[in-house]
Design a protein around this ligand. Structure first.
Ligand code: SF4
Length: 389
């Protein structure tokens, strides 16, 4: 088993490596394999894996990359993520990917998929229209056809024949990985002083580029090593973070929250690693199982239709209580319409439940953390002093 610091350092290297050396190494070791990128917030990674591919999460470039060409493709009043994805691609950093999946998260990603198709006509590009109808005979039939086609197209690229057993084995691997991700969240909520928010995030995010089998091992080791740590708890405020499900905040922002006296005990970073929230069935037809799990999963998100508007916010209230968070911080990418349009409904649900909240915006390359530190610190202090902000 690795020691904690080298393990976290390795994850950080993976997260900060915009040239995807790890993906290149995987391809060198798997000459018939393909690397397929996917945008936030959800893609069925099992399909790529079963076809002999490496699913690679692409969530932007963070703080490190100067955006030059990316800005030329988009107007100024949208979020930062599509610019940095285009910048990564136009500077050759995504050449290692044979294809890209663009889920129907929002209009920005839809438009990004169009720009991608025009810019890289030779690459396999799939716009993943996730159903917003959750009836098996309607949305289910539609989604199964999409998954079936995607699996066939990916298999054609690798030369493998679509195979039920292969797909079931992939489902099993990703189920195991998601269980470990759930264990990490539960362990961090129980003893947040042993699991730093930034370190946990790095370990989770490494899962976007590591093969699933390897990431599962990393998660298992990280949880064991953290649990065994001898660390004294501080009188910090326990907070849930919401709004960062797509464009990711800079690492410095997560660290700033910790330094401001917050234990992040729940968040919505990287939903692709947590969805579906329950195991995909390992019995019967695996495509049907993936469809059923997507239709049934109670994941509430800005990009997922909720039939009755009054239900918005129930999941946030439940997950906040389950993690024993004392307040919610809405940390939202600038110009992220889905998150910002959802927020009034979520705030109303928190108000009805007597849960304190505050909010601010960020961009993945946000540099100035002092105002965020002051706001988060004041929020944490007010929770500790008066029980609500
Ligand atoms: S950050 Fe928000 S607006 Fe931007 S691509 Fe993601 S969901 Fe869409």
């Amino acid at each position: 088993m690795q020691q904690l610091e080298p393990l976290i350092a390795r994850c950080r290297d993976l997260v900060e490596d915009l040239d995807l050396a790890n993906v290149k190494a995987w391809k060198a070791a798997h000459p018939r394999g393909i690397a397929i990128g996917y945008l936030p917030i959800y893609a069925p990674r099992e399909i790529v894996h079963a076809a002999g591919g490496l699913p690679v999460g692409v969530v932007g470039a963070g703080e490190e990359l100067e955006i030059v060409r990316g800005d030329a493709c988009f107007q100024s009043y949208i979020c930062h993520l599509p610019r940095s994805v285009i910048e990564l691609a136009l500077t050759g950093r995504l050449d290692v990917l044979e294809g890209m999946i663009f889920p129907s998260t929002c209009d920005v990603i839809r438009n990004l998929s169009g720009i991608w198709k025009l810019s890289f006509p030779g690459k396999w590009t799939h716009y993943l229209d996730l159903p917003q109808n959750f009836e098996p005979e309607m949305g289910g039939v539609f989604y199964r056809r999409i998954l079936h086609e995607m699996y066939a197209e990916l298999c054609a690229m690798t030369g493998l024949a679509p195979d039920t057993e292969c797909l079931r084995a992939s489902v099993r691997l990703f189920n195991e990985n998601r269980r470990l991700v759930g264990d990490l969240y539960a362990a961090r909520a129980a003893e947040p002083w042993k699991f730093g928010a930034k370190d946990s995030y790095l370990v989770l995010r490494a899962g976007l580029v590591l093969p699933v089998e390897e990431h599962t091992t990393v998660l298992r080791e990280y949880i064991q090593l953290c649990k065994a740590r001898d660390v004294r708890p501080l009188d910090n405020a326990r907070i849930a973070l919401r709004g960062a499900f797509c464009e990711q905040p800079p690492l410095a922002l997560i660290q700033t929250l910790e330094r401001a006296g917050c234990y992040v005990v729940e968040d919505d970073f990287l939903p692709m690693l947590r969805w579906p929230s329950a195991d995909v069935s390992e019995q019967g037809d695996p495509l049907d199982a993936l469809v059923t799990s997507w239709l049934a999963t109670p994941c509430e998100a800005a990009s997922r239709f909720v039939k009755d508007g009054s239900e918005k916010g129930c999941t946030l209230v439940d997950s906040t209580r389950e993690a024993k968070a004392e307040g919610v911080i809405f940390a939202t990418p600038s110009f992220c319409d889905p998150a910002l349009l959802d927020r009034p409904m979520l705030q109303a649900a928190l108000q009805r439940s007597g849960i304190a909240f505050t909010s601010f915006k960020y961009a993945e390359n946000t540099g100035q953390m002092q105002p965020i530190r002051e706001q988060a610190g004041t929020f944490a202090d007010s929770i500790k002093l008066w029980g609500e902000a």
